[in-house]
Design a binder for this molecule. Structure first.
Ligand SMILES: [Cu+2]
Length: 138
């Protein structure tokens, strides 16, 4: 088989090694980026959760949320419905309650669950379609 005039023996392997080297570099760079800054040793880092109300569910399937006790929770609720559909979110067992959100509106709820347990969450306007569980566990 004829080689192209510029290909000398050994060159293909050189390019392969160069490719592997580049992939390794990218991998290391990716790790460095994803690790991010170190959290401070003081206040606990809040646990961030987000629920999008859309199609009469939260996140498509009313997921079971998991948080740790004694650590602040930041729960963002977004109403991503088309015009005219309102939602809210309550966690009665924890005394958590949002106001009623218009389409496009969002709210950030903050609370710190004190002890382990399982709590229900729901939209009070559509409680049969939009309800799930919040599990507080170490
Ligand atoms: Cu609703």
């Amino acid at each position: 088989m004829r080689r192209p005039f510029f290909a000398k023996a050994g060159e293909p392997r050189g390019w392969l090694l160069l490719g592997i080297g580049a992939a390794l570099c990218l991998g290391v760079a990716g790790l460095a980026v994803s690790r991010g800054p170190h959290p401070g040793a003081g206040a606990p880092v809040p646990q961030s959760l987000a629920l999008s109300a859309k199609g009469m569910t939260f996140n498509g399937a009313n997921p079971t949320l998991q948080v740790r006790p004694g650590v602040p929770v930041e729960l963002i609720i977004r109403n991503e419905e088309p015009a005219g559909i309102l939602h809210d979110l309550v966690v009665p067992g924890l005394g958590v309650r949002s106001h009623i959100l218009r389409p496009g509106e969002s709210v950030r709820l903050r609370f710190t669950p004190a002890r382990e347990g399982e709590y229900g969450y729901a939209c009070t306007l559509h409680p049969r379609l939009m309800d799930g569980r919040l599990v507080v566990r170490r």
